[in-house]
Design a protein around this ligand. Structure first.
Ligand code: UD1
Ligand code: CA
Length: 455
C-alpha cells in the first residue's frame, strides 16, 4: 500500500458469547490466535504502525501476541467507538488514513485490505467500510446505502428496524478512515442505543450529516469477513482457514488427497511433491521437506522432517526426522527423538529423548528412551532401555553396528560399544565392549522324557 498507513485493531472485548475466561481474540484458528492472524496480515500488507486496543485480559493478550505493536488500554468496555477513541493523543492530529480492524475477523486477507484502501483513495472518502453480501445477515450491522453508493448509516442488529433487517449487505467491522475527518466525530458518538454502547458504526451517519463522503468496498467472498463471536462461528472459521491453507499448499506442489480431513496449521511448511493422506494433523510450526509421504492417520506437532520421509499411522511430537527415514505404522516419537537418515522405526515403537543414527533399525515393539543409538545398528523386537529406576533417569549408549537381540532389557546407565552383540532375552546391567557378545540369561535346562506315558 502506498504511503504510510496507521492501523488500529479493536481487541478489548471479553467475547461474552464464547462463554470463556479466555479473551475471545486469543482463541486459535488453525493453531494461531485470531488476533495474531490480524497482526500478521497487517505486517504482510506493510502497515508500519499497529495499535492494538486491549481491555479484558489485557495482560494475557499482550503476552500471547507478538509483532510491532503499540498497546492501547481501554479500561471500561463502552463499545467499539469508545475503543477507537482510546488511541487519544497517540493519533491526535495525524493527517493520513487509519485502518481500523476488529480482532475477531481472522479470515481477512491482505488483498482485501489493499482493495479497501484503494477504494477509499479512489472515492476520496472520509470513511470507507469493508462490507459483503451474505446469505445470513443476522447479528451483523447492516449497510444502509444512500445515493451514489454512499453509506448513510450502519444499523446494528439490535437497533435495526424491519426494513433494515432485510438488508443483506453487512459491516465487517473493518474500515479505512481519513483521520482528520473521523477523529473529531469520535467525541460526538452517543450511547443512546439498544446496547448502551458508543458504536463506531455511527461514524457513518455523523459524517454524512456533516456533508462528508462515505463509501463501502464490498468483498465478493463473504467468508473472508466472518466475525467469530461464538464457538459455532469459531468452528466455521477454522474450517474455512484450514481449507485455505490446504489449497495454498496444493498450489505449491503438495498433494493433499482429502483436504476435508487434513488439518494443517497456518505456520506449517511442507515441501513440493510431498503427499499427505487423509486424517492427518500437522501443527506447531512443523517443517516437512519435499517428496515425503505423510499419513494416513498421522499427528505431527512441532517437528522437523527432511526429504523423502515416510510416516504412517503415527504420532510425532517435538522430534526431528532426517531424510529417507520411515516411521510407523503405529510409532510414537516423543520430545527429543532425533531420527537419522534412512532409519527405520517400525510398529509399536516409542522413542523418547534419544538419537538413532543413520541406517539403524528399530523395526518393532521397542522402547528407546534417554539413549543414543549409533549408525547401522539393529534393535530387535521387544527391546527396552530401562531408563528409570523409580527416582532418576539414566542413559543408554549404543554404538555403531551393534546388534541387540530380541527381548533385551538394557538397564541404564549402560553402554554397548561398536560392533557388539547382545543375545536375545538378555538383561544387560554391565557395559559390553566393542565386538563382544554378551549373553545374560539363565541357561536352558531340558529334561528329557519328562512327560509321563499316561498323559
Ligand atoms: C461489530 C459491529 C457490527 C459488525 C460486526 C462485524 C459495532 C457497534 N458493531 O459488532 O456492525 O457487523 O462487528 O463482525 O461496531 N471491542 C473493543 N471494545 C469494546 C467493544 C468491542 O475493543 O468496548 C472490540 C472487540 O474485542 C472486537 C471488536 O471490537 O474485536 C468488535 O466487537 P464485537 O463485540 O465483536 O462487535 P459485534 O457485536 O460483532
Ligand atoms: Ca464481532
Amino acid at each position: 500500500m502506498k504511503g504510510r498507513i496507521v492501523s488500529v485493531v479493536l481487541a478489548a472485548g471479553k467475547g461474552t458469547r464464547m462463554k470463556s475466561e479466555i479473551p475471545k481474540v486469543l482463541f486459535p484458528v488453525a493453531g494461531k490466535p485470531m488476533l495474531q492472524h490480524i497482526v500478521d496480515i497487517l505486517v504482510e500488507a506493510g502497515v508500519e504502525d499497529i495499535f492494538v486496543v486491549v481491555g479484558y485480559g489485557a495482560e494475557k493478550v499482550k503476552a500471547a501476541i507478538h509483532g510491532p505493536i503499540t498497546w492501547v488500554e481501554q479500561r471500561e468496555l463502552l463499545g467499539t467507538g469508545h475503543a477507537l477513541s482510546q488511541t487519544g493523543s497517540k493519533l491526535r492530529g495525524y493527517a493520513g488514513d487509519v485502518l481500523v480492524l476488529a480482532g475477531d475477523t481472522p479470515l481477512l486477507t491482505v488483498d482485501t485490505l489493499r482493495a479497501l484502501v484503494a477504494e477509499h483513495t479512489r472515492g476520496k472518502n472520509a470513511a470507507t467500510v469493508l462490507s459483503a453480501k451474505v446469505p445470513q445477515p443476522t447479528g451483523y450491522g447492516r449497510i444502509v446505502r444512500g445515493n451514489n453508493g454512499s453509506v448513510i448509516a450502519i444499523a446494528e442488529e439490535k437497533d435495526a428496524d424491519a426494513m433494515q433487517k432485510k438488508i443483506n449487505e453487512i459491516n465487517s467491522g473493518t474500515y479505512c478512515f481519513n483521520w482528520a475527518k473521523v477523529e473529531p466525530m469520535l467525541d460526538r458518538l452517543s450511547a443512546n442505543n439498544a446496547q448502551g454502547e458508543y458504536y463506531l458504526t455511527d461514524i457513518f451517519s455523523l459524517l454524512v450529516l456533516n456533508g462528508e463522503k462515505t463509501g463501502a468496498y464490498s468483498v465478493s467472498d463473504y467468508r473472508e469477513i466472518m466475525g467469530t463471536n461464538d464457538r459455532v462461528q469459531l468452528a466455521q472459521a477454522e474450517k474455512t482457514m484450514r481449507l485455505r491453507i490446504c489449497h495454498k499448499l496444493m498450489r505449491q506442489g503438495v498433494s493433499i488427497l482429502d483436504p476435508d480431513t487434513t488439518w494443517i496449521d497456518a505456520d506449517v511448511e511442507v515441501g513440493a511433491e510431498t503427499i499427505i493422506l487423509p486424517q492427518t494433523i500437522i501443527k506447531g510450526g512443523t517443517k516437512i521437506g519435499g517428496n515425503c509421504h505423510i499419513g494416513p492417520n498421522v499427528t505431527i506437532d512441532s517437528c522437523t522432517l527432511g526429504t523423502g520421509v515416510v510416516v504412517r499411522y503415527a504420532v510425532l511430537e517435538v522430534a526431528a526426522v532426517d531424510d529417507g527415514a520411515t516411521i510407523g505404522p503405529f510409532a510414537y516419537l516423543r520430545p527429543g527423538a532425533q531420527i537419522g537418515r534412512q532409519v527405520k522405526i517400525g510398529d509399536f515403537v516409542e522413542i523418547k529423548n534419544s538419537s538413532v543414527g543413520q541406517g539403524s533399525k528399530v523395526p518393532h515393539l521397542a522402547y528407546v528412551g534417554d539413549a543414543r543409538v549409533g549408525a547401522y545398528s539393529n534393535i530387535g523386537c521387544g527391546v527396552i532401555t530401562a531408563n528409570y529406576d523409580g527416582t532418576k533417569k539414566s542413559r543408554t549408549e549404543i554404538g555403531d553396528g551393534v546388534f541387540i537381540g530380541s527381548n533385551v532389557n538394557l538397564v541404564a546407565p549402560v553402554k554397548v560399544e561398536d560392533g557388539a552383540y547382545v543375545a536375545a532375552g538378555s538383561t544387560i546391567t554391565e557395559d559390553v565392549p566393542a565386538k563382544a557378545l554378551a549373553i545374560a540369561r539363565a541357561r536352558q535346562t531340558t529334561k528329557t522324557d519328562w512327560r509321563r506315558e499316561e498323559d
